[in-house]
Design a protein around this ligand. Structure first.
Ligand SMILES: Cc1cc2ncn([C@H]3O[C@H](COP(=O)(O)O)[C@@H](O)[C@H]3O)c2cc1C
Ligand SMILES: O=C(O)c1cccnc1
Length: 358
């Protein structure tokens, strides 16, 4: 498959955002705030990142959208998850009825929640908050054939782009649901990151040592079965899932529109890894909300060159970590917009004697 045609040419507007003059201006503004230089730590880097994405030294985050993509996995039938595949459908109901972790946190932080059925095994009644972009009732068993055909994969990416085009606001928070999808994430990380598979595979929903050993064995067979699937799109089709491919499209579109993208855990991170392999600049628009307890996640963040805001030992997904980190993004913007400068507040600057910078 031709990566450029399928995912590149339509968004050649994704370019390097690190405009040197603008960056220097934001850093000057931050340094002139009434605090010792650098004293707000990584919140300052976060403020700079958001200012760069939005192209505004006084950034305002508007109408944040939590997008939770859901899909089922043929591989779930191979005992790679501690939970049955039915849980995907059941949890989507829970998301929509307001009882899931992501529902609670999205409500708390006034994040609009959209759930997408990208290909869950059972269908849903139409209901508010649910978009239906079903490719098929679950992916194929990747141990036997590619999880998706190239056409299905391209359609899922196109769906993700179209969904983001229809959402308001300038910030997109990523979430997912799909029993078995930590397997897809591990496979994509191993393949695209060139890492040893064993390091990338973890307990997901909570496999014990025996379960984890079995998961590693199955996934190593899957990876060998798809030895030829090396380009980002081929790997995504062979090893991914409908919800992951839809998220890849969402990331590409949000990045090309200069939205701030708040990445959740291991699975949404895998979608960003694919998008990054297609368009390296996408990560400049991304904020890593947290580092999950899933062991592959730290490796994945390293590959993306992103440092997580939080380490809370979360291992849930759904978008829960992205929602939890959201207030930090709001605070970073408020610091840039509202905090006084030494001049405006009449506060003395660092004294020459104690400065130690000479
Ligand atoms: C009740 C429940 C709620 C969840 N919410 C997110 N996940 C998470 O677990 C799944 C990935 O782990 P694995 O690959 O081991 O199946 C994904 O659906 C992910 O979103 C959940 C899992 C369960 C069981
Ligand atoms: O980090 C995640 O996103 C994650 C970890 C375990 C299970 N589900 C999701």
């Amino acid at each position: 498959m031709n990566n450029i045609d399928a995912a590149g040419s339509a968004h050649s507007d994704i370019r390097d955002l690190r405009d040197a003059a603008f960056t220097a201006e934001v850093l000057r503004l931050l340094d002139n705030k009434t605090k010792p230089v650098g004293a707000l730590g990584r919140l300052e880097a976060l403020a700079l990142r958001i200012a760069q994405v939005l192209g505004d030294a006084q950034p305002v985050l508007r109408e944040p959208q939590m997008l939770v993509c859901a899909g089922d996995h043929g591989l779930a039938g191979r005992g790679v998850s501690a939970y049955p595949a039915d849980v995907t459908w059941q949890m989507v109901h829970n998301f929509l009825s307001g009882g899931a972790a992501v529902s609670v946190l999205a409500r708390q932080h006034a994040l609009a929640l959209t759930v997408v059925d990208c290909g869950v095994r059972r269908e849903f009644e139409p209901q508010p908050g649910l978009l239906v972009r079903r490719i098929a009732p679950g992916t194929a068993d990747a141990l036997v054939q590619g999880a998706m055909t190239p056409e299905q994969c391209a359609q899922a990416i196109a769906n993700g782009r179209e969904i983001v085009r229809g959402l308001p606001g300038n910030a997109l928070l990523l979430g997912e649901m799909g029993i078995g999808n930590s397997s897809s994430a591990a496979l994509l990380l191993a393949r695209l990151g060139g890492l040893d598979l064993a390091q990338c595979v973890g307990p997901g929903t909570g496999l014990d040592a025996t379960g984890l050993r079995h998961k590693r064995e199955v996934l190593s067979e899957v990876l060998a079965r798809h030895e030829q699937a090396r380009s980002p799109l081929d790997a995504l089709a062979a090893l991914g899932g409908f919800e992951i491919a839809t998220l890849v499209g969402a990331v590409l579109e949000a990045a090309s529109q200069r939205r701030v993208i708040v990445v959740d855990g291991f699975i949404t991170g895998a979608a960003v890894l694919v998008a990054h392999a297609l368009q390296p600049w996408v990560t400049q628009r991304c904020v890593a909300s947290h580092e999950s307890a899933e062991p592959g996640h730290a490796l994945l963040l390293h590959q993306l060159g992103l440092s997580p805001l939080l380490r809370l030992d979360l291992r849930l997904g759904e978008g829960s970590g992205a929602a939890l980190a959201w207030p930090l993004l709001v605070s970073a913007c408020a610091i840039l917009r509202e905090m006084a400068s030494f001049d405006s507040a009449g506060v003395s600057r660092q004294s020459e004697a104690g400065g130690g910078t000479a």
